[in-house]
Design a protein around this ligand. Structure first.
Ligand code: BGC
Length: 759
C-alpha cells in the first residue's frame, strides 16, 4: 500500500515533473538515480506487496501466482518487473479469474535429478525450455536454481538442490542458468548461503569454519556464478557465524562482488533478515516482499543519515541495471502460449538420463514389454512429479507408472490393477478431505501403503514379474522426519517382503522403483529386490520415463549425486542436524520468530555446528568410513559395460587436460560417465582422500563403439583454503588424478608433480 500511495503522491505533486524527469533507458541510469527522491529509491528496493504473505511468495499483480514484483515508478519510466518461483519449472497459477485460457507450466525433473544426469548440456536444454515459459508467460526473473549443498539427507529441500559435491552442484547450476537466461530472462540462484536445514530457517545460525565455507558451501555458488552469470542472487534466511546472510557485507560485497566479480543484483528470500538498512549496506539490494515496516525503517535510516546515500544509490543502480535487461522493460508481449508439447519431450529426455540404476541382479532388467507386470505400491498409481512448497509447479498432468507401462506396451495383471483401482479411488476421497484444509507447509495427504496378501499370491502365479514403487514427497518449510520419511514404513517393508517372497517362490523377480525427492534407507531391505532404480521426482512425464528404462528403450546412465550411506547414524552430519519426529509442531520453519530469536540456546535449532567441516558426503566416507557406504557418490549401473583405457594427463593453459578412451563392450547402446577425482599430497592442511575435479558424459555409444572424453582441471581446483593465510594454497607434491566410475572406485590413475602456489 505504501508504494502505491507514495507513487500516487509523487506523480500528482509534480504535474510538470514528468515531462522534465528523465525516462529510464539503458544508458541513463545515473541520471535517473539522481532524479529519484529518497521515497522513490526506498520504494524500488522494497519489493511489491505479496498478497497474503505467509512465508511463500504470492502476488496477484501482473502474473497471478508469481512470487513477487518490483515496484514501478511511472514518473521515471520504470516498469514493474515480475519474479516467480522455480526450480522444477515456472510456478504461477494455472487459471485466472474471468479468463478461459490455462497457464500450466511444464513440470520438469527436480534439481537432484538434473544433477543425476551428469550432463550439463542436457540441463541447459531443460533451462532453455523453462526460460521460454518464463518469457512467454510474462515473467522477468525465475527464482532458481536452488544450489545449497546436500549436507544431510533429511534437509526438506534437498530435492530442489543438486549435490553434496560443490563441483557437480556448481556446474549443474551454471548450465541451468545459461539455459534459462538464453531467453533474455533472469535467474536468481538461491539460497546464498548455508541454508542446509529448514527447521528454524529464519533464525538458525550455521556455525562453520572458514575453510568449509570456502571449499564446500560457497564453492558451488562461486562456480555457478562465475560460469553461469546469473542476473540475480537470493540470500538465505539463516545466519552464518552470527551474522544474517543478507546482512553480511563480507560475503555479499567483499567475497561475492570483490573476489568473484559478480555484477548483478542481490535480493532477500521472502521475509528474510530483519535489519533493512543493514541489508542494503551489506550489498543486499532488494528486500522482498513489500512490507510497510521495511520501507519505513529504510527511509528513516536514509533520513537520519545512518545509512549513507551512497549505499542506497548503489543498490538502486543495481536494481535499475536489472530492470533494463528485463522483457518488461523491452516491451516484450508475452504470448501466454509456450509450446508445452515440445517442452514435455525435453522433460522426458532429461528425466531419462537422470534415472539411477542401483541394482540389477541376474540382469533382471530390462523386462521386455511383452511381459505381464504385477504393479504394486500406491505410488505406482499416483506418481510424484516434484516436491512441495515454492518448488512446486502447476503442471498440466502427471503420467503415473501404470499409464507409463501401458504406453510402453506392457500388459498389467488384471487382479492387481482392479485391486488398486478401487483402493486408490477410496484413498483419493480420504486425502481430498484432509489436504484442502492444510496450510502450504504441510505435505499433501497421500494414499496409505497397503499389503494385499491375497492379491499378491494370485499375481505371483499370473504375472511374469513384479514392480513395486515406493514414494516420498516433502518440501519447503520443514525437514524430513527420520522415522516416517527416511526409513521405510512397516507396511512398505511388509509389501516388499510379501511380493519378494511370493514371486521368488515361483522363480520370478521383483524390481523396486524409488520415486523419491531424497534418499531413503536401503540397507535393510535391498536384498529383497532383484533390481532397484531411483527415478527421483521425474516431472510430469515420470511414468513414461520409468517405463522406458524398465523396458530397455532407454539404457540408464544417471549417477548418484550424493552418497547413499548404510545407515543414517553414519552420515557425517548426523550428530549435528535436527531429528524431527511427528510429535513436534508442524510449523518448523518458524520455530522461532525473529523477535524471540535465541542465538545459541538450543543446539541444531538455534544454532547448528558444522563439525564435519570439509568432510561432507564422500569426502567423509572415502577418508574415514569406507564401510559406511551402501552406494557411493557417482554410482549408477548400465545395461551395457564400458571399458576404459589410455588415460592421458597433459599440462594445458591454466590447468590440465585429461583424456580417457571409453569403449562400449556390451550388447546395447549406452552412455557412460567418467569422473575425475584428485588425491592431493598430505602435507600441510588435512585433505580428503579424493575430490571430484572434473567429469564428462559420453555420447550414446553403440555396441563396440569408442570415444575419447576430454576433461579440463583448472589449476586453482587443486588448491585448498588456508584460513590462517586467508588464501587458496596449492601445496607442492605429487597429485594423483583418478578417472573413476564413482567415489569408491579405484579407477585409472596418473600422477603429476605440482609446484606450490598461493592466491
Ligand atoms: C522460499 C524461496 C522462494 C520464495 C518466493 C521462500 O519461502 O524460500 O525459495 O523463492 O519463498 O516464493
Amino acid at each position: 500500500m505504501f508504494a502505491s500511495l507514495l507513487l500516487a503522491a509523487a506523480v500528482a505533486a509534480a504535474p510538470n515533473a514528468k515531462s522534465s524527469a528523465p525516462q529510464l533507458r539503458e544508458d541513463n541510469i545515473p541520471e535517473v538515480v539522481a532524479a529519484m527522491t529518497p521515497e522513490e529509491k526506498c520504494a524500488l528496493l522494497i519489493g511489491g506487496r505479496s498478497k497474503a504473505f505467509n512465508g511463500i511468495g504470492h502476488t496477484d499483480v501482473g502474473v497471478p501466482g508469481a512470487a513477487g514484483t518490483v515496484n514501478s515508478i511511472p514518473r521515471l519510466g520504470i516498469p514493474s518487473i515480475i519474479l516467480a518461483d522455480g526450480p522444477a519449472g515456472l510456478r504461477i497459477n494455472p487459471t485466472r479469474e474471468g479468463d478461459s485460457r490455462t497457464f500450466y507450466c511444464t513440470g520438469f525433473p527436480v534439481g537432484t535429478m538434473l544433477s543425476s544426469t551428469w550432463n550439463p548440456e542436457l540441463v541447459e536444454e531443460a533451462g532453455r525450455c523453462i526460460g521460454n515459459e518464463v518469457l512467454e508467460y510474462g515473467v522477468d526473473i525465475l527464482l532458481a536454481p536452488g544450489a545449497n549443498i546436500h549436507r544431510n539427507p533429511l534437509c526438506g529441500r534437498n530435492f530442489e538442490y543438486y549435490s553434496e559435491d560443490p563441483l557437480l552442484s556448481g556446474t549443474t547450476a551454471a548450465a541451468y542458468i545459461s539455459g534459462i537466461q538464453s531467453n533474455g530472462v533472469g535467474t536468481s540462484i538461491k539460497h546464498f548461503a548455508l541454508n542446509n536445514q529448514e527447521l528454524n530457517r529464519l533464525a538458525n545460525d550455521a556455525l562453520v569454519s572458514e575453510r568449509a565455507m570456502r571449499e564446500i558451501y560457497l564453492r558451488n555458488f562461486e562456480i555457478a556464478i562465475r560460469k553461469g552469470k546469473p542476473w540475480t542472487i537470493m540470500t538465505s534466511y539463516n545466519y552464518i557465524n552470527g551474522e544474517h546472510a543478507s546482512e553480511s557485507r563480507r560475503i555479499l560485497t567483499d567475497i561475492l562482488r570483490g573476489e568473484w566479480g559478480f555484477d548483478g543484483t542481490v535480493m532477500t528470500d521472502w521475509g528474510g533478515g530483519y535489519d533493512t538498512p543493514a541489508q542494503i549496506h551489506a550489498g543486499n539490494d532488494m528486500v522482498q516482499p513489500g512490507q510497510d515496516w521495511r520501507y519505513n525503517e529504510l527511509l528513516a535510516a536514509v533520513r537520519d543519515g545512518s545509512l549513507p546515500m551512497e549505499d542506497l544509490d548503489n543498490s538502486v543502480t543495481r536494481v535499475l541495471e536489472l530492470i533494463v535487461k528485463c522483457p518488461k522493460f523491452r516491451g516484450y508481449e508475452p504470448s501466454n502460449a509456450p509450446d508445452l508439447a515440445a517442452h514435455a519431450k525435453v522433460c522426458k529426455q532429461v528425466a531419462d538420463e537422470g534415472v539411477v540404476l542401483l541394482k540389477n541382479k541376474g540382469e533382471m532388467l530390462p523386462v521386455p514389454a511383452e511381459k505381464k507386470v504385477a504393479l504394486f505400491g500406491v505410488t505406482s498409481y499416483s506418481f510424484i512429479a516434484g516436491g512441495t512448497g515454492s518448488g512446486n509447479v502447476n503442471r498440466p498432468y502427471v503420467v503415473d507408472l501404470k499409464e507409463g507401462l501401458v504406453n510402453a506396451g506392457y500388459t498389467l495383471d488384471a487382479g492387481v490393477d482392479a485391486f488398486y483401482s478401487e483402493y486408490m479411488a477410496d484413498e483419493a476421497e480420504r486425502c481430498a478431505r484432509i489436504t484442502g484444509k492444510n496450510p502450504w507447509f504441510i505435505d499433501e495427504e497421500r494414499a496409505i501403503e497397503v499389503v494385499p496378501e491375497d492379491v499378491i499370491a494370485q499375481a505371483s502365479g499370473d504375472a511374469d514379474v513384479a514392480f513395486v514403487t515406493i514414494g516420498r514427497v516433502f518440501g519447503e518449510g520443514k525437514d524430513r522426519d527420520y522415522w516416517h520419511s527416511y526409513l521405510l514404513s512397516r507396511d512398505e517393508v511388509r509389501l516388499l517382503e510379501k511380493v519378494s517372497e511370493a514371486f521368488h517362490a515361483k522363480g520370478k523377480k521383483m524390481a523396486v522403483i524409488l520415486n523419491i525427492g531424497g534418499l531413503v534407507e536401503m540397507h535393510s531391505w535391498k536384498n529383497l529386490a532383484d533390481a532397484i532404480l531411483i527415478c527421483w521426482q521425474p516431472g510430469q512425464e515420470g511414468g513414461n520415463t520409468v517405463a522406458s528404462v524398465l523396458s530397455g528403450e532407454v539404457n540408464p546412465s544417471g549417477r548418484l549425486p550424493m552418497t547413499a550411506s548404510k545407515s543414517y547414524d553414519r552420515e557425517p552430519s548426523a550428530g549435528n542436524f535436527p531429528l524431527i519426529n511427528a510429535d513436534k509442531p508442524f510449523n518448523y520453519s518458524f520455530y522461532r520468530q525473529l523477535k524471540d530469536r535465541r542465538p545459541h540456546v538450543v543446539k541444531d535449532i538455534d544454532y547448528t555446528l558444522y563439525e564435519e567441516d570439509i568432510y561432507v558426503g564422500y569426502r567423509h566416507f572415502c577418508t574415514f568410513d569406507r564401510k559406511g557406504v551402501e552406494y557411493p557418490f557417482g554410482y549408477g549401473l548400465s545395461y551395457t559395460t564400458f571399458a576404459w583405457s589410455k588415460m592421458k594427463v597433459a599440462a594445458a593453459e591454466g590447468g590440465w587436460t585429461v583424456k580417457v578412451k571409453v569403449t562400449n563392450k556390451g550388447k546395447v547402446a549406452g552412455k557412460d560417465v567418467v569422473q575425475l577425482y584428485v588425491k592431493a599430497p598430505r602435507r600441510g592442511l588435512p585433505k580428503p582422500e579424493r575430490e571430484l575435479r572434473a567429469y564428462a558424459k559420453t555420447p550414446l555409444l553403440a555396441p563396440g563403439e569408442s570415444c575419447e572424453v576430454e576433461m579440463f582441471v583448472p589449476a586453482e581446483y587443486l588448491a585448498s583454503y588456508d584460513a590462517d593465510a586467508s588464501a587458496w594454497v596449492t601445496e607442492k607434491g605429487r597429485y594423483t588424478f583418478i578417472a573413476a566410475r564413482n567415489a569408491a572406485d579405484k579407477g585409472l590413475r596418473r600422477g603429476i608433480r605440482v609446484k606450490s602456489s598461493k592466491k
